[in-house]
Ligand binder design. Structure first.
Ligand code: NAD
Length: 275
């Protein structure tokens, strides 16, 4: 069984991005909007600031009070849309009185680092990919990096969120895989996973997939993030290692790639700016 290392891949990519940015003298800037003080968000944001700065991107955090209204937030987004910043990220989750999807979709396509705008998401559906959401792109990059051919493969994606499962399924179809999208209402999940060459789980439920649900030599991509007894684990039970040919670990698999793809998307946005 071979481990698909997101940590190693990210390291390699960051070196490449740093070189591209300095060689081409790209002046890239990023604003991350955070509303409130969610603990998990603080960790994600710290990483986003750290790695973007490491490659020469001017990134800053705009931390807004929990009590801000949706209208006030929308005005801030509109102002950033008119500013010179290369990219804008709206960190989720937002407090319950603000609609995340509505606000994230107001970020202009040309500054939409996360790829959540309607045009960017529809571009994937339309096989006219522009900015791909970072977690989805991170998974695609891992396939590329490990020379995993997707053409004609039976791939089961579990989870149908607008930011991971759905755009991932579309992107895999664009790459000529045969894709089945499973979700919370799927009956007999194992009937699908058992026949899959590649199983990708983006649910957030520990032990959702175990060795009896997969075929020998399957490839497993674990997107899930769960805390069990204070430890970070994915959606796969550890016993799937017995049957996998390739597997992403948690931590150290998909997670590190998500932050690297923020930089990948920022470089694309910068290059598009001049056009
Ligand atoms: P979400 O909560 O929006 O979606 C979860 C999906 O799982 C839903 O579509 C639901 O239908 C499906 N689901 C729930 N229970 C199920 C079951 N028993 N069987 C089959 N499907 C079921 O979540 P999301 O934002 O797409 O994130 C999914 C997971 O991936 C979470 O654990 C999240 O923390 C993690 N995540 C990781 C990264 C990363 O960089 N590694 C990035 C984004 C999300």
């Amino acid at each position: 069984m071979q481990i698909i290392s997101g940590t190693e891949t990210r390291k390699k990519l960051l070196e490449k991005y740093k070189e591209i940015i300095s060689k081409n003298n790209l002046k890239i800037s990023l604003v991350i909007i955070q509303v409130g003080d969610n603990e998990a968000s603080n960790t994600y944001i710290r990483n986003k600031l750290k790695y973007t700065k490491e490659v020469g991107i001017k990134s800053k955090l705009m931390k807004l009070d929990e009590s801000i209204t949706e209208e006030e937030l929308i005005n801030i987004i509109k102002k950033l849309n008119r500013s010179k910043t290369t990219g804008v990220i709206l960190q989720s989750p937002l407090p319950s009185h603000i609609d995340f999807t509505k606000c994230a979709r107001l970020i202009k396509d040309s500054k939409d680092v996360d790829g959540f705008s309607t045009n960017n998401l529809f571009g994937i559906r339309d096989n006219n990919e522009q900015i791909i959401p970072c977690t989805v792109k991170g998974i695609l990059k891992l396939f590329e990096e490990y020379n995993i051919d997707l053409v004609g493969k039976n791939i089961v994606v579990i989870g149908r969120s607008n930011i991971v499962g759905r755009p991932l399924a579309d992107a895999l179809i664009n790459r000529n895989a045969t894709v089945t999208l499973c979700h919370s209402k799927t009956k007999n999940l194992e009937e699908y996973t058992k026949n899959a060459d590649i199983v990708i789980s983006a649910v957030g439920r520990p032990n959702l997939i175990n060795k009896d649900m997969v075929k020998k030599d399957f490839i497993g991509i674990d997107v899930g993030i769960n805390i069990v007894d204070g430890k970070l684990v994915g959606d796969f039970n550890k016993d799937v290692e017995e049957k996998a040919s390739y597997l992403t670990p948690v931590p150290g698999g998909v997670g590190p790639m998500t932050v690297a793809m923020i930089i990948d998307n920022l470089i694309i946005l910068k290059e598009k700016e001049g056009r």
